[in-house]
Design a protein around this ligand. Structure first.
Ligand code: COA
Length: 655
């Protein structure tokens, strides 16, 4: 099937909950790190990011905070008490701090996207077939979730083998982020004894349609779904029935959207429509074609913001965690509201759907349904002039965001994690160092860096931060830039430091969640804002100019997201055995950043570190270098090996 030929299916060992040989004991609780350890690590992480004067001031503040019998010890004891009474002491603090308190608009600032391989839709019906297949896969996946028979995840990579918390999966299709004037709420649908028939919302030409997936006690099959999608497209084309692009309101700042939502709620028609959207399983956005050139970079942009009002920007509902996007031009993917789950869970679910497609090409729907099905229902909106004004304002802001996003998707083909493993180094630590090197070469200074580290080894585990701008990384990038000696020693030291921090973070011993917990306990105890958290160094430590994340996939696709500060970069990477996909984002409005320039420095950094490894580990197998390629362009490695083999055999026979 040309549509799906580009997906690669890897055989996967599946272990179900009920098949697990291990007794399914509760996962351990997230530990509370030792206070002194966190404070020492905090100072160590910050020293090279501050001026001497700033650091001396911070050191005094930290010493006072951590003094015996001081405020730090009091907060620590309260935090320990809290950890005994709840499943995960940081969960609520973290969720509010990371997402629900954040007032920025969701597109680009918060919601990541997975970009699928470009599809080759020959006719309009092909995109609907693709959508029908996606929906049917999602329904199958939801059945696994309902039956609680989803395969258990086990940790891979560092400290492999431990069982992981599965909770995030159960929020994929059942949660909703409700905007609030000061803080949003992550709503989870309660399962009831008599659940209502499920539906999804299909967005098409900025209109929203209810697609019931259960009719007359029967779940729709792919043919039925295709028939219903065709009806939706026809209904959406009817210009007389067109309603304003209400979805744009969800792309606004969270406080603004909360206000617009309360205006909408004054009308019962709007209340009913909102209720249908808030209770749906997911959205499927049937997008119009977006223009001729569809590079990876362009597709990433379209996934993140839909291209604004003139394209598909209004064909979205950003509060819903799962929005599958199926573009008429083959630009497809999924954009997610992030507060409910992490990218890794999203990848697992998406890969299941995509593998379903290639796994069963014969099942691909060809013809429409034979059964008579009631037509899907268009959601109605009563729009006052006030609402029209709010939509226009949201559209303007989205347009500014579209113009502002500077994204660059780069497939680095020189080598991948296979080469790095041969150097006996952690690929993740190595890539993080390359990012540090790239940034330093671009900007001449180290900055506070965030790398997400999974905490799913613990109950309700989400993530903590690996502070990749370690002092050892700084020493290495400086030496590389200034072409000093002993670079290999410094590289090894930096890799060791990064790997150790990773291990600390994934075992719950990193500093960010701990400091957040202490801060929030102080807030709950109405202690006012403590010096420790008012200090400039603490603010700098939380300005993540580099916000990075590894999102690996086994299917050909990649993840992307925006920067978290106006003058920063979002850098997502997907390491494969022989290549690495980077998606680097920043804002054009910042004069300090440029994604293309950063990618250039990053690529140069990756090449330089490889050359350094090759030079120092001449006895280990080398990755191709440009020098090798140009010196012997006529020698293909396979024929070269064959010649060596024949020579060896001849010698053996002769002797
Ligand atoms: N020599 C040889 N091989 C090594 C090695 C070494 N010194 N160190 C590690 N490796 C191997 C590992 O065994 C692993 O092998 P595998 O591919 O067969 O599994 C591979 O290299 C990758 O390991 P590594 O690069 O060290 O990283 P990791 O897979 O342990 O990942 C994190 C590290 C921090 C990314 C991971 O623990 C994590 O937390 N991921 C979640 C990130 C996340 O949440 N992202 C989404 C945010 S929305």
């Amino acid at each position: 099937e040309p549509l799906f030929e580009r997906f690669f299916v890897a055989p996967k060992k599946v272990l179900l909950w009920h098949q697990s040989k291990e007794p399914l004991l509760a996962l351990p609780k997230l530990p509370v790190p030792n206070l002194k350890d966190t404070l020492d690590r905090y100072l160590r992480c910050m020293k090279h990011l501050l001026t001497e004067e700033q650091f001396n001031k911070t050191q005094n503040i930290v010493m006072q905070f951590g003094a015996p019998g001081g405020v730090g010890e009091l907060l620590q004891s309260k935090l320990t008490e809290r950890s005994e009474n709840v499943a995960n002491w940081v969960y609520d603090y973290w969720l509010n701090d990371m997402y629900l308190n954040n007032r920025l608009a969701l597109p680009v600032n918060s919601s990541p996207a997975m970009v699928f391989p470009q599809q080759n839709f020959m006719a309009p019906i092909d995109s609907l077939r693709f959508a029908a297949h996606l929906i049917s896969g999602a329904l199958e996946y939801k059945t696994h979730l309902d039956d609680r028979d989803l395969p258990v995840d086990y940790a891979r990579g560092q400290l492999a083998g431990t069982r992981l918390c599965m909770e995030q999966y159960y929020r994929l299709f059942t949660s909703y982020r409700l905007p609030g004037p000061e803080r949003d709420t992550l709503v989870a649908q309660e399962s009831s004894v008599m659940p209502e028939p499920e539906h999804i919302i299909v967005a098409c030409k900025n209109q929203f349609f209810v697609l019931d997936v259960m009719i007359n006690f029967r779940q729709l099959n792919q043919r039925d779904l295709l028939t219903q999608l065709e009806k939706i497209v026809k209904m959406a084309d009817n210009e007389e029935e067109q309603l304003p692009p209400i979805g744009l309101l969800t792309s606004d700042g969270r406080t603004e959207w909360a206000e617009s939502r309360s205006v909408l709620m004054r009308e019962s028609t709007n209340r009913d429509s909102l209720d249908m959207i808030e209770r749906c399983l997911c959205l499927v956005c049937l997008d119009d074609a977006s223009g001729p050139e569809l590079s990876d970079t362009k597709r990433a942009m379209l996934m993140l913001h839909g291209g604004g009002l003139t394209k598909n920007g209004g064909n979205r509902w950003y509060d819903k965690p799962m929005q599958f996007i199926v573009g008429a031009d083959g630009c497809c993917g999924v954009v997610c509201e992030h507060s409910a789950f992490e990218g890794i869970v999203l990848v697992q679910c998406t890969e299941y759907l995509l593998k379903c497609m290639i796994g069963s090409p014969s099942k691909l729907v060809r013809a429409a349904s034979v059964s008579e099905l009631p037509a899907p229902r268009r959601l109605r909106w009563k729009c006052t002039p006030e609402i029209h004004k709010l939509i226009t304002s949201a559209a303007d802001k989205l347009q500014r965001m579209v113009k502002n996003l500077d994204i660059n998707v780069h497939k680095f083909h020189d080598y991948g994690k296979g080469f790095i493993k041969k150097q006996k180094m952690s690929p993740d630590a190595y890539i993080q160092l390359a990012l540090q090197l790239g940034f330093y070469r671009c900007h001449g200074r180290p900055v506070s860096t965030y790398e997400s580290a999974s905490l799913r080894r613990f109950q309700q585990g989400r993530v903590d931060n690996i502070r990749s701008a370690t002092p050892e990384a700084f020493a290495f990038v400086k030496a590389m830039t200034e072409r000093k000696n002993k670079m290999m020693e410094l590289l090894k030291g930096a890799i060791t430091a990064q790997t150790s921090y990773t291990r600390l973070a994934i075992t719950g011993m990193a500093i960010d969640n701990h400091l957040l917990g202490l801060r929030e306990i102080a807030h709950e105890m109405k202690m006012g804002k403590l010096e420790m958290f008012k200090d400039e160094a603490y603010l700098i430590s939380n300005q993540f100019i580099l916000s990075t994340s590894q999102v690996p996939t086994t299917v050909e696709m990649f993840c992307c997201y925006g920067p978290v500060v106006p003058n920063g970069y979002g850098a997502c990477y997907n390491p494969q055995s022989d290549h690495i996909i980077f998606s680097v984002s920043s804002f054009h409005e910042s004069e300090q950043t440029c994604s293309a320039e950063f990618v250039k420095c990053l690529v140069q950094g990756l090449r330089d570190v490889r050359d350094l490894c090759n030079k120092c580990n001449a006895d280990l197998p080398c990755a191709n270098t440009s020098a090798q390629k140009t010196k012997y362009p006529f020698i293909k490695s396979s024929s070269y090996c064959s010649v060596l083999l024949i020579l060896g055999l001849t010698l053996c026979l002769c002797t």
